[in-house]
Ligand binder design. Structure first.
Ligand code: XMP
Length: 320
């Protein structure tokens, strides 16, 4: 539509005027905001944009290849994929407190990101960010209200000053639905533009308690089954979020003629409009049955699947 096209045209002109012949670095997470920011910056300045994607070892199944395929190949963006998974997992070893995990993941991300930028970005002057209007508001309310710090959300605070980078935030005046329209107009696939939110600390806050490679692998496989069935039924696009949670609790089961003693996977599927409140989604029983039976049969290490029927408040959407 006209307003979206108009926004894109103005934004492209603004970015070019601001950046000139300079170089922009952008952290790409694969989420909606950073993806649209990348597509918009790429349209404006092409090869003057370098994107950095950090693999923290806490990604969903296939995520890294998907990002490489879409941005590197399809959009032909200069994309640097940094595999820092060993470092993240080493730092997280034995840590089970949720806030401590979040802090470690956040701090390690900033460290790896900064180190990468220093290595590749000696000549860069600008840091791109997919900041939206609600993020601008929220950071104000967080400063004024300690209660909004229930969970430490993750960004690259302080880094632009330390590295003497100027910020380029082309989505700063937009709301989420406007960002999605811009993304569609720029040719991003619908799957990206309408993707469900995914937390910065990733599967790190979906493996309860301490994190190991084996637990992550089980969770990834279970989550992939859930997403596949949600996509097939079309419900993926109708709910706010649908994901699997790993519970480090062993329960008894039978598989063939064998007794098993394996872990539990919880399904968290919620409806919401802004994530401030949420209700558990009333998913048809036959679909739940299919998901449960596929997970217990196909994912090694899981003997039981449970459904989370808590609303927010008092529960939060994520389990940690
Ligand atoms: P909660 O669990 O607080 O989550 O009800 C509300 C929404 O925020 C997402 N979430 C995060 N997103 N970094 C993020 O970028 C985080 O640390 C984080 N923690 C929760 C969550 O997935 C839900 O959509």
């Amino acid at each position: 539509d006209w307003t979206t096209k108009d926004f894109i045209a103005h934004s492209v002109a603004d970015i070019r005027a601001k950046v000139g012949k300079g170089r922009v670095l952008l952290g790409l997470s694969g989420g909606v905001d950073s993806s649209v920011a990348a597509a918009l910056l790429h349209k404006a300045i092409g090869s003057q944009l370098t994107c950095v994607f950090v693999d923290n070892g806490l990604l969903r199944k296939g995520e890294r290849d998907y990002v490489r395929e879409l941005y590197g190949k399809h959009f032909n963006i200069d994309l640097r994929v940094v595999d820092a998974s060993a470092l993240f997992l080493k730092r997280l070893k034995g840590v089970s407190d949720p806030e401590t995990k979040r802090k470690i993941i956040g701090r390690t991300f900033v460290e790896v990101f900064e180190r990468t930028l220093k290595k590749i970005g000696r000549t860069a002057e600008f840091l791109g960010q997919g900041t939206l209007y609600p993020d601008v508001i929220e950071s104000v309310s967080i400063q004024g209200n300690p209660a909004s710090l229930i969970k430490t959300h993750h960004n690259v605070g302080g880094l632009p000053e330390r590295m003497k980078l100027k910020l380029v935030e082309p989505l700063r005046e937009l709301f989420k639905d406007e960002v999605r329209r811009v993304g569609e107009a720029l040719g991003l696939p619908r799957e990206v533009v309408w993707r469900q939110p995914f937390p910065g600390p990733g599967l790190g806050v979906r493996v309860m308690g301490d994190i190991t490679k084996d637990k992550l692998e089980i969770l990834r496989n279970a989550d992939a089954v859930l997403q596949e069935e949600m996509m097939k039924s079309g419900l993926y696009w109708k709910v706010w979020q649908s994901f699997a949670v790993f519970l480090p609790v062993k329960t008894v089961g039978v598989f063939g003629d064998e007794r098993t003693y394996d872990y539990v996977i919880a399904l968290r599927i919620v409806e919401s409009t802004d994530a401030m409140t949420a209700d558990w989604a009333k998913i048809p029983h036959d679909l739940l049955q299919k998901i449960s039976s596929r997970i217990t049969n196909e994912v090694r290490g899981v003997s039981r699947v449970v459904l989370d029927i808590s609303s927010k408040p008092p529960a939060t959407i994520e389990w940690e």
